[in-house]
Design a protein around this ligand. Structure first.
Ligand code: ZN
Ligand code: ZN
Length: 229
């Protein structure tokens, strides 16, 4: 199934280990220390917020955010594998790490359901699956919460956002999500899952739709966080 080499260190996989990444690489991943800013890993903000002042996202719909650590090896390779090749088993490992990052927070522990930021249907067809849904399902299994697909949909395909600045990204993703089953989120606390926290614009736009549909709280959870440009 997998070649006998680790996708991160390219060393031969130790006997008996399965998956794309070896356990030494997973063990070496620099997770955030307790109480750190969930984007830069710097000192915890005095306010108790998840993001420090430099990382704070203005007017964000998400009430909280949790990430296991930075967008660094082997998580960066694992996210790439999950997106561009059909190695879904890495989603199980990432989802377990995400659940661990969320479990210590009472708001997450008390959430009602786990949803993924959806792909546009055309993009999902091309790829065959939504990588965020693979993560949401793994998180849901680990936390014992449902992770239904199809509650919220992406009604506009935005393409790549890499050439846009922060304000342009926000405008570009404004209103691109629609909640198809408001009854599933009304009055509920939702853990909203995506692969990487970058500007927060996309997950924020999806969260806005959920809040508008009556969600009590939207709690962001991603596999990693990238620094702001
Ligand atoms: Zn390795
Ligand atoms: Zn920070």
């Amino acid at each position: 199934m997998f070649p006998p080499f680790c996708a991160a260190c390219h060393g031969r996989m130790p006997e008996g280990q399965r998956g794309a990444v070896c356990s030494d690489c997973w063990d070496a991943y620099p997770r955030w220390p307790a109480g750190a800013c969930q984007r830069c890993g710097g000192p915890a903000p005095a306010s108790g917020a998840a993001l420090c002042d430099g990382c704070r996202i203005p007017d964000w719909s998400c009430a909280a955010v949790r990430t296991p650590g930075p967008f660094a090896p082997p998580v960066s390779q694992a996210v790439h594998l999950m997106k561009y090749s059909d190695r879904r088993s890495v989603a199980a490992t990432l989802g377990t790490m995400m659940a661990e990052a969320a479990r210590s927070d009472d708001a997450y522990a008390g959430a009602d359901l786990v949803l993924a930021v959806p792909l546009h249907p055309a993009r999902r067809r091309d790829r065959g699956y939504n990588q965020a849904q693979l993560l949401a399902a793994a998180v849901g299994r680990a936390l014992g919460k449902p992770s239904p697909e199809g509650v919220v949909e992406r009604v506009r395909n935005t393409g790549t956002q890499t050439a846009l600045d922060r304000q342009q990204r926000r405008a570009n993703v404004d209103g691109i999500f629609r909640v198809r089953r408001p009854g599933a989120v009304s009055g509920r606390s939702v853990i909203l899952v995506d692969d990487v926290l970058t500007t927060g614009a996309t997950i924020g736009s999806c969260g806005r739709s959920l809040v508008d549909a009556g969600a009590r709280a939207v709690l962001a959870l991603t596999a990693a966080a990238a620094p702001l440009d």
